[in-house]
Ligand binder design. Structure first.
Ligand SMILES: Nc1ncnc2c1ncn2[C@@H]1O[C@H](COP(=O)(O)OP(=O)(O)O)[C@@H](O)[C@H]1O
Ligand SMILES: [Mg+2]
Length: 232
Protein backbone atom coordinates (compact mmCIF):
# COMPACT_ATOMS: atom_id res chain seq x y z
CA UNK A 1 0.00 0.00 0.00
CA UNK A 2 2.91 2.34 0.82
CA UNK A 3 6.41 2.00 -0.54
CA UNK A 4 9.08 4.42 0.65
CA UNK A 5 12.18 3.98 -1.44
CA UNK A 6 15.51 5.57 -0.43
CA UNK A 7 14.32 8.99 0.70
CA UNK A 8 16.74 11.72 1.75
CA UNK A 9 15.22 14.78 3.37
CA UNK A 10 16.96 18.02 4.33
CA UNK A 11 16.07 21.09 6.37
CA UNK A 12 18.46 23.53 4.68
CA UNK A 13 21.90 22.11 5.50
CA UNK A 14 20.53 19.56 8.01
CA UNK A 15 20.36 16.05 6.55
CA UNK A 16 17.42 14.76 8.61
CA UNK A 17 16.54 11.53 6.73
CA UNK A 18 19.41 9.49 5.35
CA UNK A 19 18.31 6.93 2.81
CA UNK A 20 15.23 5.38 4.41
CA UNK A 21 13.22 2.60 2.72
CA UNK A 22 10.27 0.64 4.08
CA UNK A 23 6.89 -0.75 3.08
CA UNK A 24 3.44 -0.91 4.58
CA UNK A 25 1.14 -3.66 3.33
CA UNK A 26 -2.68 -3.46 3.26
CA UNK A 27 -4.23 -4.20 6.64
CA UNK A 28 -1.03 -3.86 8.63
CA UNK A 29 -0.18 -1.76 11.64
CA UNK A 30 3.42 -0.60 11.18
CA UNK A 31 5.29 1.32 13.88
CA UNK A 32 8.29 3.59 13.48
CA UNK A 33 9.92 4.04 16.85
CA UNK A 34 12.86 6.20 17.87
CA UNK A 35 14.09 8.82 20.26
CA UNK A 36 13.20 12.50 20.10
CA UNK A 37 14.89 14.01 17.03
CA UNK A 38 15.43 10.69 15.22
CA UNK A 39 13.42 11.91 12.21
CA UNK A 40 10.06 10.21 12.74
CA UNK A 41 7.88 13.24 12.08
CA UNK A 42 10.01 14.20 9.10
CA UNK A 43 9.28 10.82 7.50
CA UNK A 44 5.52 11.33 7.91
CA UNK A 45 5.62 14.91 6.67
CA UNK A 46 7.49 13.77 3.58
CA UNK A 47 5.01 10.98 2.85
CA UNK A 48 2.07 13.38 3.17
CA UNK A 49 3.67 15.88 0.80
CA UNK A 50 4.49 18.63 3.30
CA UNK A 51 8.22 18.11 2.74
CA UNK A 52 10.07 16.87 -0.35
CA UNK A 53 12.70 14.17 -0.68
CA UNK A 54 15.86 14.89 -2.67
CA UNK A 55 16.17 11.32 -3.92
CA UNK A 56 14.16 8.15 -4.26
CA UNK A 57 10.39 7.79 -4.45
CA UNK A 58 7.20 7.28 -2.51
CA UNK A 59 4.39 5.10 -3.85
CA UNK A 60 0.90 4.94 -2.38
CA UNK A 61 -1.76 2.52 -3.54
CA UNK A 62 0.12 1.86 -6.78
CA UNK A 63 0.78 5.53 -7.65
CA UNK A 64 3.94 7.57 -7.47
CA UNK A 65 3.17 10.41 -5.02
CA UNK A 66 6.75 11.68 -4.67
CA UNK A 67 5.80 15.05 -6.17
CA UNK A 68 2.06 15.08 -5.51
CA UNK A 69 0.60 18.03 -3.59
CA UNK A 70 -0.46 17.39 0.01
CA UNK A 71 -4.21 17.98 -0.49
CA UNK A 72 -4.25 15.57 -3.44
CA UNK A 73 -2.54 12.94 -1.34
CA UNK A 74 -5.34 13.24 1.24
CA UNK A 75 -7.85 12.74 -1.55
CA UNK A 76 -6.09 9.55 -2.61
CA UNK A 77 -6.89 8.14 0.83
CA UNK A 78 -3.84 8.91 2.92
CA UNK A 79 -4.59 10.78 6.15
CA UNK A 80 -2.11 12.27 8.62
CA UNK A 81 -2.82 12.87 12.31
CA UNK A 82 -0.04 15.34 13.05
CA UNK A 83 2.16 15.64 16.10
CA UNK A 84 0.49 17.78 18.75
CA UNK A 85 -2.97 17.07 17.27
CA UNK A 86 -3.42 20.50 15.64
CA UNK A 87 -7.14 20.63 16.19
CA UNK A 88 -8.92 24.00 16.13
CA UNK A 89 -9.39 24.89 19.79
CA UNK A 90 -11.87 27.72 19.13
CA UNK A 91 -14.13 25.50 17.04
CA UNK A 92 -16.62 22.91 18.23
CA UNK A 93 -16.09 19.18 17.93
CA UNK A 94 -18.51 19.06 14.97
CA UNK A 95 -16.75 21.95 13.21
CA UNK A 96 -13.39 20.23 13.64
CA UNK A 97 -14.77 17.04 12.12
CA UNK A 98 -16.23 19.08 9.27
CA UNK A 99 -12.73 20.42 8.53
CA UNK A 100 -11.55 16.83 8.08
CA UNK A 101 -14.26 16.21 5.51
CA UNK A 102 -13.82 19.35 3.42
CA UNK A 103 -11.70 17.80 0.69
CA UNK A 104 -14.13 14.94 0.16
CA UNK A 105 -17.53 16.60 0.50
CA UNK A 106 -18.70 13.81 2.77
CA UNK A 107 -20.41 16.25 5.12
CA UNK A 108 -23.35 13.91 5.68
CA UNK A 109 -24.92 12.78 8.98
CA UNK A 110 -23.71 9.27 8.18
CA UNK A 111 -20.09 10.41 8.08
CA UNK A 112 -20.38 11.85 11.60
CA UNK A 113 -22.19 8.77 12.89
CA UNK A 114 -19.31 6.64 11.64
CA UNK A 115 -16.87 8.70 13.73
CA UNK A 116 -19.15 8.82 16.76
CA UNK A 117 -19.37 5.05 16.67
CA UNK A 118 -15.64 4.92 17.49
CA UNK A 119 -15.82 7.88 19.88
CA UNK A 120 -19.11 8.05 21.81
CA UNK A 121 -17.42 10.62 24.06
CA UNK A 122 -17.10 13.01 21.13
CA UNK A 123 -20.77 12.59 20.33
CA UNK A 124 -21.72 13.72 23.84
CA UNK A 125 -19.42 16.72 23.44
CA UNK A 126 -20.14 17.52 19.81
CA UNK A 127 -21.24 21.12 20.45
CA UNK A 128 -18.42 21.82 22.90
CA UNK A 129 -15.35 23.87 21.92
CA UNK A 130 -12.38 21.62 21.23
CA UNK A 131 -10.25 23.73 23.60
CA UNK A 132 -12.38 22.58 26.52
CA UNK A 133 -11.76 18.86 25.87
CA UNK A 134 -9.26 16.80 27.88
CA UNK A 135 -5.98 15.77 26.23
CA UNK A 136 -7.28 12.28 25.46
CA UNK A 137 -10.48 13.66 23.97
CA UNK A 138 -8.50 16.09 21.83
CA UNK A 139 -6.45 13.17 20.50
CA UNK A 140 -9.68 11.28 19.73
CA UNK A 141 -10.90 14.36 17.88
CA UNK A 142 -7.68 14.53 15.85
CA UNK A 143 -8.10 10.88 14.89
CA UNK A 144 -11.81 11.37 14.18
CA UNK A 145 -11.05 14.33 11.95
CA UNK A 146 -8.57 12.24 9.95
CA UNK A 147 -11.15 9.45 9.61
CA UNK A 148 -13.64 11.87 8.04
CA UNK A 149 -11.66 11.68 4.79
CA UNK A 150 -12.24 7.89 4.76
CA UNK A 151 -8.54 7.03 4.51
CA UNK A 152 -7.12 3.72 3.32
CA UNK A 153 -3.97 4.51 5.25
CA UNK A 154 -3.86 6.60 8.39
CA UNK A 155 -0.52 7.93 9.65
CA UNK A 156 -0.41 8.92 13.32
CA UNK A 157 2.36 10.99 14.87
CA UNK A 158 2.81 10.18 18.58
CA UNK A 159 -0.84 9.74 19.50
CA UNK A 160 0.11 8.91 23.10
CA UNK A 161 2.21 12.02 23.74
CA UNK A 162 1.38 13.70 27.04
CA UNK A 163 -1.48 11.37 27.93
CA UNK A 164 -1.92 9.38 31.16
CA UNK A 165 -1.24 5.60 30.89
CA UNK A 166 -4.90 4.61 31.13
CA UNK A 167 -5.85 7.05 28.36
CA UNK A 168 -2.93 5.80 26.25
CA UNK A 169 -4.28 2.26 26.50
CA UNK A 170 -7.67 3.52 25.33
CA UNK A 171 -6.11 5.28 22.34
CA UNK A 172 -4.26 2.11 21.31
CA UNK A 173 -7.47 0.08 21.61
CA UNK A 174 -9.12 2.54 19.25
CA UNK A 175 -6.19 2.24 16.84
CA UNK A 176 -6.66 -1.56 16.77
CA UNK A 177 -10.40 -1.18 16.25
CA UNK A 178 -9.96 1.27 13.37
CA UNK A 179 -7.44 -1.14 11.84
CA UNK A 180 -9.81 -4.10 12.20
CA UNK A 181 -12.35 -2.10 10.18
CA UNK A 182 -9.96 -2.03 7.26
CA UNK A 183 -7.75 1.03 7.75
CA UNK A 184 -4.02 0.39 7.39
CA UNK A 185 -1.99 2.22 10.05
CA UNK A 186 1.48 3.77 10.08
CA UNK A 187 2.20 4.78 13.63
CA UNK A 188 5.03 6.83 15.07
CA UNK A 189 5.86 6.64 18.73
CA UNK A 190 8.36 7.36 21.44
CA UNK A 191 6.24 5.01 23.58
CA UNK A 192 7.93 1.95 22.07
CA UNK A 193 6.32 -0.49 24.43
CA UNK A 194 2.70 0.24 23.47
CA UNK A 195 3.58 0.77 19.82
CA UNK A 196 5.38 -2.58 19.46
CA UNK A 197 2.65 -4.42 21.33
CA UNK A 198 0.17 -3.06 18.82
CA UNK A 199 2.21 -3.25 15.60
CA UNK A 200 2.63 -6.14 13.18
CA UNK A 201 5.96 -4.74 12.02
CA UNK A 202 8.30 -2.23 13.63
CA UNK A 203 11.20 -0.13 12.41
CA UNK A 204 13.72 1.54 14.69
CA UNK A 205 14.87 4.96 13.55
CA UNK A 206 18.16 6.47 14.79
CA UNK A 207 19.40 9.86 13.60
CA UNK A 208 17.73 9.57 10.22
CA UNK A 209 18.44 5.91 9.51
CA UNK A 210 16.57 2.65 10.01
CA UNK A 211 18.80 0.53 12.24
CA UNK A 212 16.53 -2.41 13.07
CA UNK A 213 13.36 -4.02 11.80
CA UNK A 214 11.24 -6.98 12.80
CA UNK A 215 7.81 -8.01 13.99
CA UNK A 216 6.51 -6.06 16.97
CA UNK A 217 6.99 -9.16 19.14
CA UNK A 218 10.59 -9.67 17.96
CA UNK A 219 11.55 -6.07 18.63
CA UNK A 220 9.99 -6.19 22.11
CA UNK A 221 12.39 -9.07 22.90
CA UNK A 222 15.41 -7.48 21.21
CA UNK A 223 18.16 -6.62 23.73
CA UNK A 224 19.18 -3.37 22.01
CA UNK A 225 15.57 -2.20 21.80
CA UNK A 226 14.99 -3.11 25.44
CA UNK A 227 18.01 -1.16 26.55
CA UNK A 228 17.43 1.93 24.41
CA UNK A 229 13.62 2.22 24.29
CA UNK A 230 11.97 0.02 26.90
CA UNK A 231 13.90 1.19 29.93
CA UNK A 232 15.04 -2.34 30.79
N1 LIG B 1 11.65 22.75 10.70
C1 LIG B 1 12.86 22.27 10.96
N2 LIG B 1 13.98 22.98 10.66
C2 LIG B 1 15.22 22.48 10.91
N3 LIG B 1 15.46 21.30 11.47
C3 LIG B 1 14.39 20.53 11.79
C4 LIG B 1 13.04 20.98 11.55
N4 LIG B 1 12.20 20.01 11.97
C5 LIG B 1 12.97 19.02 12.44
N5 LIG B 1 14.28 19.33 12.33
C6 LIG B 1 15.42 18.48 12.72
O1 LIG B 1 15.34 17.25 12.02
C7 LIG B 1 15.63 16.15 12.87
C8 LIG B 1 14.44 15.20 12.93
O2 LIG B 1 13.33 15.86 13.53
P1 LIG B 1 11.91 15.16 13.68
O3 LIG B 1 11.54 14.50 12.42
O4 LIG B 1 10.98 16.19 14.22
O5 LIG B 1 12.23 14.05 14.79
P2 LIG B 1 11.24 13.16 15.68
O6 LIG B 1 9.87 13.32 15.15
O7 LIG B 1 11.76 11.78 15.58
O8 LIG B 1 11.37 13.70 17.09
C9 LIG B 1 15.99 16.76 14.23
O9 LIG B 1 17.39 16.87 14.29
C10 LIG B 1 15.34 18.11 14.18
O10 LIG B 1 16.03 19.04 14.98
MG1 LIG C 1 8.18 14.03 16.06
Amino acid sequence: MLKVNDINVYYGPIHAIKGISFEVHPGEIVALIGANGAGKSTVLRTISGLLRTKTGSIEFDGRDITKTEAHKIVNLGLAHVPEGRRIFLQMTVMENLEMGAYTQKVDSPKAYERIFHHFPRLKERRRQLAGTLSGGEQQMLAVGRALMSRPKLMMMDEPSLGLAPLIVRGIFEIIREINSRGVTILLIEQNANMALQTADIGYVLETGRITLTGSGAELLKNAAVKEAYLGA
